[in-house]
Write a protein that binds this ligand. Structure first.
Ligand code: C5P
Length: 251
């Protein structure tokens, strides 16, 4: 299943200001001048055009989207996940000590500042900016002159997703259900633009309806799916799976 590229998605670094989407998440007031200045500074450091292969009839890029669900434990999906061309993980998802169930390769890792982890030098950091401060955070991470500079990834492999994408997924895919889409669901929609075949792993709440993680014990027993329309997202995966558009691996 492959989606045609839409103007606001790729090149992912062509940022426009999705005011409606950002305002609701942004505590401070928006200042377009400082926003534009921050973007200029960011794109002086990271490449403005990421290396994303164009679609073509002679290729079939297979992607594994790996969410952080506890249903991965005991799944033995590791080698299957690693066999994909592209392996996308997200937030605090990790592989060390879980290789048998989650694999060991990560070609792309989705992050935002609050969920940041250090990445391998060969892994693309795919940055989901939710607010203006997130761009400042990114700039500081890669600006060698900044006292807060601490390299978390290879700056030549950083890709920034247009904030308008978040609004697009919320409106067009989720019919505005929930406060906004989960990182995992946005990652899934993004993968439809990067991949020819999408296989989905590590999604689904536990038996109490909580989004528990495979790498830690759940502390907040009333977490459910947070502010995200978790059930609706999962139902969409299930529907696409039933229509043979994607494959959903349930653990
Ligand atoms: O919790 P976190 O956001 O880091 O997990 C990444 C994504 O994996 C979530 O945004 C959600 O889409 C998915 N997830 C899930 N079921 C879980 C845990 C996470 O579907 N139990």
């Amino acid at each position: 299943m492959r989606y045609r590229l839409r103007f606001f998605l790729f090149p992912v670094t062509l940022l426009c200001f999705a005011a409606a989407g950002l305002f609701r998440l942004q505590a401070s007031k928006c200042n377009y001048t400082s926003y534009n200045e921050t973007l200029d500074r960011v794109f002086r450091i990271i490449p403005p055009f990421p290396n994303v292969a164009a679609p073509g009839p002679y290729r079939c890029k297979m992607c594994a989207i790996v969410g952080n669900s506890r249903n991965l434990l005991g799944s033995h999906y590791g080698s299957l996940i690693d066999s994909h061309d592209i392996v996308i993980r997200m937030n605090r998802g990790r592989v060390k000590s879980y290789e048998e169930d989650v694999g060991s390769r990560t070609t792309h890792h989705i992050l935002y500042p609050e969920s940041a982890v250090n990445l391998e030098n060969t892994t693309h950091l795919v940055f989901f900016p939710f607010k203006i401060r997130d761009f400042e955070w990114l700039f500081k991470k890669f600006d060698s002159k900044s006292p807060k500079s601490k390299t978390i990834a290879n700056k030549d492999l950083v890709m920034i997703v247009n904030p308008a994408f978040m609004k697009y997924v919320h409106q067009e895919w989720l019919a505005r259900k929930g406060h906004w889409a989960s990182t995992g669901f946005m990652t899934f929609v993004l993968s439809l633009y990067m991949c020819d075949q999408v296989n989905v792993f590590g999604f689904g709440a536990d038996s109490d309806g909580n989004w528990s993680h495979y790498f830690e014990k759940l502390r907040n027993k009333r977490l459910k799916t947070g502010l995200h329309p978790g059930k609706h997202e999962y139902d969409l995966f299930q529907k696409l799976h039933n229509k043979k558009k994607i494959q959903l691996f349930k653990g």
